[in-house]
Design a protein around this ligand. Structure first.
Ligand code: DMJ
Length: 934
């Protein structure tokens, strides 16, 4: 705290301009705890209860970290369902997600400073020794520059920061001699070749051993990177430079930021999601505060806090102003186009934007922070976790949840800013949900589907780096932490960097300060934070009064439109453009509008109509633009309907000892048999059928009678298997995939189709498990003989009695009866490698199936009989609070179940005639929008 003096966190130039110094005394520089003034609203939480919750967080961390160290280390990550380490190359590829794994014990490095925050100094000392002894940074692996920077470089620097703090205190780490910093420097130099572009923007990936572009490197041909990927380096790189005196790192990170700033769209002051690293052209021109951009904004503000360079604050404020003008539609944050910022680019939000309220607190804009946070909390209360993406009317868009920490982060910052105990209750709910739904015997498993409660064999390192830190700090008092947290700033991965760096080795910032900012009119910029000492005493219910109107925002939401229509065009009396959902092929007025927009209607032989747009045939460029939007809406509707026609996934929950409901497997549904969404779940012990393929009368009916039969996929139709086990007296069936190594982690949801005949005679529920999930059950049988499961549409709460019996030994369980012991590899399962005759059965599209899955955004087909795709939809009753615009749109389905199975949407496509390069880029942006890697 003392080292940075008064300018700490704001740099020496700041105090002259504004009263930052008042608030800069905290790392979160707009945070002023209002706890003392909180007199009403949520009941205060006693110190005792906060301590209890803090201890619970510690226990949970031990469970996660202990299992990683026991069963996964030195691998990068723990696979908590199969209780082993995830080693890249040894598991089926998960695509870009795996680029974080560099065979450098990622989770250990990412956990280093969490250990100190959680008061586990001894374990920290131990962990540092392990890193120094075991970690190799010179692996022949292609990794993401962004992930390696925030997790590994950040982890090493956070570890170093706290190691020197501890050393100075005189008790621990006395042997430490900057070894982590040396490793960080080594890694920094390994990342530098990525910046070898004319723009100074880094390549997205680098080979740790061979760098870029050498034949052995297998990387360096990429042309694009995401804005956050290029703009989230400055904290770590500047810290590395200032710690070591090697200025090159800070210089490179500044150059990349300068380039992004140069390339901002000048009229909207927004940035796109991806950029060409050579030309600087925006590849994706949609713009939000979530995936692909998020931490770029975060680092501009935090770079100002850490480095005290005004230019970063000016840039941040310019962007923030644009965000609040275009993207913020309280309580929502919706992506728009950078060139047409009044036009929404999406109808859904991603989970990564949950960090934004926390950033708004740092900025000092508390009201919208409270609003968005409350909206997110309502979504969480509905699904237990924040789904990866959810629509503007709060339906699940992408159902997975990899235990992301962003919402906990914002909760922490909001509590610090408001002192409102409501946020402690929010934190308590997060803890309960994690224990109830994500905890498994061997750690915490990501949610595969928040609707079913099924798990994915994945525990990302950020769960340890961030989640436990923010949750622990939320409940901690100053004296619960062995150092002053306010002397540090959190990186985007929640690693701690000391604020005294602002006054160390400043030569770089002096050298590179640009002068262009003088041209900016910053008269509207906030140079001060709102004074919470004034806000709260006047109205102690301030935060509550902001939350109150949003209490039912999710449950009683009015369906929202797909594309925001420019308000000014309404005001000027112009007719609102034709919306896809309103379109009727039999309405002559609509056909006329279509023509004007350059959209032609082709009648197909099978009774469907196909829409094709030729922008060049539009009456004007504005009509062509409307046509493009109309086509995009059609595609989005089509995709939504395709999705709704698919049966949702189901859950197989193992409820017997030692699982007690803690392991939930993602199961594919069947298009026949008992519908688990309409009936009570089916619970029973499992038994393997004989023959195992279930293709003939069972020879062991006594074994499967009254039980749930396990059958192997292949050799006959699914319906035939179902009939055979039903005849033998089984109460349900689980078909296990015969494709060795298949897993719901990597394969799309599989639906079992009937046999083309009447399947009404099949009364029992049938579910499908991929080989990996099936092995978990088969291995459990081997280990425990009696294995009871629950087949349902959504995992049920665990049996509290059994849980409490189990509770004291849960830690031992996870270690003594690890899934590793009970789950041999799939080879041992005895799978038959044979073509499955039912291979033709419907294999549903992946969760993320999207308009982008079609080849072109400009052509869609619809059933002629029902040209208005939504006209059969029930109008759900609304709560009367909808706006006029919302009412116009209320025919859009309100629930996930709403769908129109009669509509048949074709995939026939035809290239759009390009008349304006700008439009083409927009189409590409549309196409790529849903292909986001979160
Ligand atoms: C973390 O790795 C970082 O917070 C990053 O900025 C984006 N999100 C993940 C966790 O969700």
């Amino acid at each position: 705290m003392s080292e940075a003096g008064g300018g700490r966190g704001c740099g020496s130039s700041v105090p002259q301009r504004a009263p930052w110094s008042l608030v800069a005394a905290t790392a979160a520089f707009c945070l002023v705890s209002a706890t003392s003034v909180w007199t009403a609203g949520a009941a205060p939480m006693s110190r005792e209860e906060r301590q209890k919750l803090g201890n619970q967080v510690l226990e949970m961390f031990d469970h996660a970290y202990g299992n990683y160290m026991e069963h996964a280390y030195p691998a990068d990550e723990l696979m908590p369902l199969t209780c082993r380490g995830r080693v890249r190359g040894q598991e089926p590829s998960r695509g870009d997600v795996d680029d974080a794994l560099g065979k450098f014990s990622l989770t250990l490095i990412d956990s280093l400073d969490t250990l100190v925050v959680l008061n586990k100094t001894k374990e920290f000392e131990d962990a540092v020794r392990k890193v120094l002894r075991d970690v190799n940074l010179d692996n022949d692996v292609v990794v993401s520059v962004f992930e390696t920077n925030i997790r590994v470089l950040g982890g090493l620097l956070g570890g170093h920061s706290l190691a020197i703090m501890l050393k100075e205190k005189g008790e621990y780490m006395q042997w430490y001699n900057d070894e982590l910093l040396q490793m960080a420097k080594q890694l920094g130099y390994k990342l530098l070749p990525a910046f070898n572009t004319t723009s100074g923007l880094p390549y997205p990936r680098i080979n740790l051993k061979f760098g870029i572009r050498k034949p052995e490197a297998r990387t360096g041909t990429e042309t694009d990177t995401c804005t956050a990927c290029a703009g989230t380096l400055i904290l770590e790189f500047a810290a590395l430079s200032r710690f070591t005196g090697a200025t090159i790192f800070e210089e490179y990170a500044r150059k990349a930021l300068d380039f992004l700033w140069e390339k901002r769209q000048r009229s909207s002051n927004l940035v796109g999601v991806t950029i060409n690293i050579h030309t600087g052209d925006w590849v994706r021109k949609d713009s939000g505060v979530g995936a692909g951009i998020d931490s770029y904004y975060e680092y501009l503000l935090k770079a100002y806090v850490l480095l005290g360079d005004d230019s970063f604050l000016e840039r941040f404020n310019t962007h923030y102003d644009a965000i609040m003008r275009y993207i913020s539609q309280p309580p929502l944050l919706l992506d728009v186009h950078i060139h047409k910022p009044m036009l929404n680019a999406r109808t859904w939000m991603d989970a990564l934007l949950a960090f934004f309220p926390g950033l708004q607190v740092l900025k000092g804009d508390i009201r919208p922070a409270i609003e968005t946070h409350e909206m997110l909390y309502q979504v969480i209360k509905k699904h237990n976790f924040l789904p990866e993406a959810f629509t503007t009317d709060f339906r699940v868009h992408w159902a997975q949840h990899p235990l992301r920490p962003e919402f906990a982060e914002s909760t922490y910052f909001l509590y610090k800013a408001t002192g409102d105990p409501y946020y402690l209750e929010v934190g308590k709910t997060l803890i309960e949900n994690l224990n109830k739904y994500a905890r498994v015997p061997c750690g915490f498993a990501a949610m595969k589907d928040v609707r079913t409660g099924s798990h994915e064999d994945r525990m990302d390192s950020f769960f340890l780096a961030e989640m436990f830190k923010y949750l622990y700090l939320l409940f901690a008092d100053k004296e619960d932490i062995i150092f002053d947290i306010e002397d540090y700033i959190f990186t985007t991965e929640a690693h701690l960097l000391p604020l005294w760096l602002s006054t160390t080795n400043q030569s770089i910032s002096k050298k590179n300060t640009t002068s262009e900012y003088t041209e900016l009119d910053d008269s509207n910029f906030d140079w001060t934070c709102p004074n919470t000492q004034i806000l709260f005493p006047n109205d102690p219910l301030y935060a509550q009064s902001i939350r109150e109107p949003l209490k039912n925002v999710v449950d009683k939401s009015c369906p929202r439109g797909i594309i925001r229509v420019r308000e000014e065009s309404f005001r000027s009396g112009a007719k609102p453009p034709l919306r896809a959902r309103d379109f009727m092929a039999t309405n002559p007025e609509h056909l006329e509008i279509l023509k004007k927009m350059g959209v032609s209607l082709i009648h197909l032989k099978d009774g469907r109509v196909q829409l094709v747009q030729h922008a060049i045939q539009a009456a004007s460029s504005i009509d062509a633009e409307d046509g493009l939007r109309f086509m995009q809406e059609m595609i989005e509707l089509s995709s939504q309907q395709q999705k709704e026609q698919q049966l949702p996934p189901r859950a197989v929950q193992i409820v017997s000892h030692p699982f007690f409901g803690r392991v939930v497997l993602t199961a594919g549904p069947a298009q026949f048999g008992l519908d688990l969404s309409k009936h009570k779940e089916t619970r029973g012990f499992v038994a393997s059928s004989k023959p195992y393929n279930g293709c003939s009368e069972l020879t062991n009916p006594e074994a499967v009678m009254g039980k749930i039969a396990l059958i192997q996929r292949g050799q006959c139709m699914f319906a035939e298997k179902a009939r055979n086990i039903q005849n033998a007296g089984a109460i349900g069936g689980i078909v296990i995939d015969d494709n060795e190594g298949s897993s719901s982690d990597t394969a799309p949801l599989f639906q079992m189709a009937g046999d083309g005949k009447d399947t009404d005679d099949i009364k029992i529920p049938m579910l499908f498990l991929f080989s990996k999930e099936g092995s978990i059950i088969l291995d459990a049988i081997r280990e425990y003989e009696e294995v009871e499961v629950l087949l349902s549409d959504k995992a049920k709460d665990r049996d509290p009695e059994m849980e409490s019996e189990e509770q004291p030994s849960s830690e031992n369980d996870s270690q003594d009866q690890s899934a590793e012991e009970i789950m041999p590899s799939s080879q041992e399962v005895g799978l038959v490698d044979q073509e499955s005759p039912e291979e033709s059965s419907l294999n549903s599209e992946p969760e993320s199936s999207s308009p982008a899955d079609t080849d072109n955004a400009a052509s869609v087909s619809a059933s002629e009989q029902n040209s208005n795709p939504m006209e059969n939809h029930e109008t759900t009753s609304l709560d009367g609070e909808c706006t006029d615009l919302d009412n116009q749109l209320q025919e859009q389905s309100e629930t996930e179940e709403d769908s129109n199975p009669n509509v048949s949407w074709g995939k026939k496509v035809q290239p759009i005639d390009s008349i304006l390069a700008d439009w083409n880029e927009d189409i590409e942006a549309f196409e790529m929008m849903e292909k986001d890697e979160l």
